[in-house]
Design a protein around this ligand. Sequence first.
Ligand SMILES: [Zn+2]
Length: 346
Amino acid sequence: MYGGLKRLTALVLGAVLLVVSALQYGEGSTAYAAEPVVVVIDPGHGGENLGTDYLPIPEKVYTMQVALYMKQELEQYQNVAVYLTHEQDVDMKLEERAEFAKSVNADFLFSLHFNMSISHALYGSEVWIPSTGTLYSQGYSAGNEFLTQFEQMGLFNRGIKTRIGSKGTDYYGIIKHCSLRGIPGIIVEHCHVDHINDVANIQSQEKLKEFGVRDATAVARYFGLVKKDGSADYSSYAPLAVPVPEGRVYDDTTAPLYLEAKLLDYNSTSRYATVELESLDKESPLQYYAFSTDNGLTWSMLQPWDKGQNKMTVTVNIGYGKKDSLLFKVMNLYDIATNSNLLELD
Ligand SMILES: [Zn+2]
């Protein structure tokens, strides 16, 4: 009897210890989380909706290929359930995509896209996120992981942005419909298909696969996932902590306040001009600059503005022919430009 009670006590104690150690181990460890993370990948466009069709192959083909690579890679991780909003080449309403995400109890929806600009001058990657509350914070933090991955491919980081429509809510339908269902949904614009800096990134299966793998890695880092074969473990990685904003985070709809250009040096033989540029935008970061030798009729390729700086010194080669003036422009995060004063060259 005594012996039996002792054994029972030991068993109970042992069981308690097991539970306690499991709890301790489980804390912060996705490996022991009961519920898998549910990720919905949304290949942008489909069916009649081609997306960007600047190239012979429309955007919907690239988004589907990258989505499939992303799913394949993400499924190498433990504790994650991965869905695509559609696997066939079909037209699907944005609201249906969000509704699908809700039906599978999604923790996040990632809408994959490729970009082009009307001017064909923009290049780089960007992420569009919800404009309010924890959805904003989650979107920003995950977006940061994607852009970090793309920067490692050599792509220019065009930032994480919100966009508000005329009704005062999120402009992009997929973001709006996900937000209405309490799901963080973001748009990942991998690169610009119409720019020489970016286009090589979509012109081989290797590159498309790299996008898919990097998209999956971004998600794995964000959620702290661990690979089944142990080759990657992000369980102790902390993604960017983004404070929950009060109210809506608005986009910048106005140009930089000014751009002042000061000619420091001009060599009429080598055709190099060194210019100090100073600009200010209180609402969003400065992103690119460019110069013109025909008073703004044509512009040089956009160049990265020094991140976080108001002032930068640039040296430009103005080329040959009759060039007697130099004009600069600066663009903010939302690609809104301000021109400088006109510099006279002798
Ligand atoms: Zn698109």
